[in-house]
Write a protein that binds this ligand. Sequence first.
Ligand code: PRP
Length: 183
Amino acid sequence: MESSEISRDLTTVLVTEEQIQEKLVELAARIDADYVGKDLLLVGVLKGAVMVMADLSRALTSHVSIDWMAVSSYGAGTKSSGVVQIRKDLDSDLTDRHVLIVEDIIDSGLTLSWLLENFASRGAASIEVCALLRKPEAAKVEIDCKYVGFDIPTDFVVGYGLDFNERYRNLRDVAVLAPHVYA
Ligand code: PRP
């Protein structure tokens, strides 16, 4: 889906499809160089990371394995609790693996903070994070993210995996959702 086709739902396009692809090629080159001679396991966090995983993994020139984790926040019904429930666990054993967590966005950082602690307890050789988007002003915890695509403002963004009520994930760009859609 193109931004121009749903322009009434959007305020501005923040990151275009072309900018995303260019950035992912750049990040993939860094990742290729950093993991030479190592077996890398990419772990995508469902569902938002599907697009980033598809494009980042194909931009890599090295062999990688891919696995998925599905998590959801609970407790007082808000994400801000930082308490995370595993909906789908990894198929892989992380013992001695080099793990790169692939995320669409770091917002408060609470999901990743929990995941990093959880993965560390599983005996991985190394754990790093790659996130296409990061909202620095929304951070509630500091996340050491080695590969970041774009720092963005705290606006409500959708597209390229990011949803509002499960819609807009298939938008090619990342765009700010117009307030009339969710207000
Ligand atoms: C989004 C995103 C991250 C998380 C980031 O997922 O994919 O996993 O929120 O937010 P945080 O930094 O505040 O923890 P979401 O829970 O919306 O699920 P989804 O990927 O299925 O849309």
